[in-house]
Design a protein around this ligand. Sequence first.
Ligand SMILES: Nc1ncnc2c1ncn2[C@@H]1O[C@H](COP(=O)(O)OP(=O)(O)OP(=O)(O)O)[C@@H](O)[C@H]1O
Ligand SMILES: [Mg+2]
Length: 368
Amino acid sequence: MSDTPIIRFENVTQQYEGAGNVLSNISFELERGKFYTLLGPSGCGKTTILRLIAGFITPTTGDIYIEGKKVNHLPANERQVNTVFQDYALFPHLNVFENVAFGLRIKKLKKAEIDRRVKEALEFVNLKGYENREIQEMSGGQRQRVAIARAIVNDPEVILLDEPLSALDLKLRTEMQYELRELQQRLGKTFIFVTHDQEEALAMSDEIFVMNAGEIQQSGTPIDIYDEPINRFVADFIGESNIVSGEMVADYRVRFANKEFDCVDAGLNPNENVEIVIRPEDLEITTVADGKMAVTVDTQLFRGVHYEISTLDEAGNEWLVHSTKKAEVGSLIGLAFDPEAIHVMRLNESEDAFDARLEAYGEMANEK
Ligand SMILES: Nc1ncnc2c1ncn2[C@@H]1O[C@H](COP(=O)(O)OP(=O)(O)OP(=O)(O)O)[C@@H](O)[C@H]1O
Ligand SMILES: [Mg+2]
């Protein structure tokens, strides 16, 4: 029973009237009790996935399962799923207690039971003592917590959170990120969180689904996705990246910026055109003699923790460097990097093929 995915999408396609595919043939499985994040640019279909899970819409084609049971036509109120909306959708004319109690009153639970559950939910989100406050008297962060209490009071298996932190300022937002993550762990329920902020996704999730234009580009742990992006879109969307064109020479040998370098990738075809990713923090500033590549410093910005230095190689590629060392604009410097810092991406590789290739060569590397 616990092996059954809590949510499963099987070849789900979604069209709204008069529009093309908003979701194209999406399949995935979610495990119970994990924190998932849907990450992607505006309009890529994140909210649409949540609406399908919640039961506000039915898929145009394909099937949706909750705990192994097909739910395509199961009404929203019969699903063990609750949503925290972006604008919280609280009732302005009801106080905090009544906002949280609303769903329980509709279910006609006994008064004592409602009292107990609302108090418990408010305690969970650190709002004990705020029962009689009006919504207008609550701050943005507090309203956020009321909305979360209203979702968890029903004791759902799955909680959907649609960009719940986007209205908060940066400091409060960071605090709420910790709180939400901690809440999820205490409750042990499945959270599906939507954001278009990659740092937020990396900080909070057990697993991230990176979406673009109605498709899931890649899914995996934050570290997997950051370290091994499947393609240019993911590499670019998850953190700052240097992405240049290159060519495989042989296994563990790649060519870019008019030079050959050792790398850790294998299983590609000789002379195959590839894209190369190196993260700015993986580039080290050296003398020209000590570097693997010589570059000219174009611009330099102080970013508090590090300098952000933009450089150009002789082939005309831009290399962004994050370094605690300063460089002089206009000077020629060396860049050093480890073979592991080079991430080789195949053009148009499917996620399954990508995973299989990584696994095959990862096992070989471990045996060595
Ligand atoms: N009811 C609707 N009718 C027609 N098109 C819709 C409808 N709802 C959403 N869309 C379209 O479907 C696409 C996906 O919308 P969705 O709301 O899922 O995106 P999103 O990833 O949540 O974006 P955002 O980050 O801006 O909230 C968009 O192009 C949107 O315009
Ligand atoms: Mg949305």
